[in-house]
Design a protein around this ligand. Structure first.
Ligand code: SF4
Length: 178
């Protein structure tokens, strides 16, 4: 009997759109239980990233210390790490705040939902790093899956290839950038 590969998905700082695209992988997702065990994901209620994970999709860029800590743990315990989407690959939209003061970024963000910074409890405010970085600036990446977001067809292809033990060969024409 073949052992199922373990699969994890992680989101760092992004918009979650890459995971929404993953959820559109209808047939591949339905077939997953026969090919892989999902051992960690923001879509599942598992609190700690486990050890010995075969494949991890990492969405989002590194914008906080918490992102960096999670990413280092993911790298330590993952065989094949996929930079999932343009924010993970290049920083993309998440990195558009680079060059702006963090206080201005936070004030603008909280202001957009009608909150003033002084009224938000300090432990509810994320501690932003000065510079947003793509995943490969902190850890080695095995597979780059660009686009904003990658299409369900691209995600299905990459998952199918990795679960079959092959290296995906991506076609530039399928990519769409944010
Ligand atoms: S790559 Fe695009 S869809 Fe994915 S998290 Fe970044 S902004 Fe969102």
């Amino acid at each position: 009997m073949s052992v199922l590969k373990s699969l994890a998905t992680v989101w760092l700082s992004g918009c979650t759109g890459c995971h929404m695209s993953l959820l559109d992988c209808d047939e591949t997702l339905l077939a997953l239980p026969g090919k892989a065990r999902i051992v960690y994901s923001p879509l599942a209620d598992i609190k700690v990233f486990p050890e010995n994970v075969d494949i991890t999709l990492v969405e989002g860029a590194v914008a906080t210390d918490a992102d960096a800590a999670l990413l280092h743990r993911v790298r330590k315990h993952t065989e094949t790490l996929v930079a999932f989407g343009d924010c993970a690959v290049s920083g993309n939209i998440t990195a558009m705040r680079n060059g702006l003061p963090n206080t201005a970024v936070l004030s603008r963000g909280y202001g957009a939902v009608g909150l003033e910074m002084g009224t938000v409890p300090e432990d509810g405010i994320p501690v932003l790093n000065e510079t947003v970085l793509p995943v490969h600036r902190l850890v080695d990446v095995d597979v780059f899956l660009p686009s904003c977001p990658p299409s369900p067809a691209m995600i299905c292809y990459v998952l199918d290839e990795l679960l079959a033990g092959r290296t995906p060969q991506l076609n530039r024409e399928q990519m769409r950038h944010g």
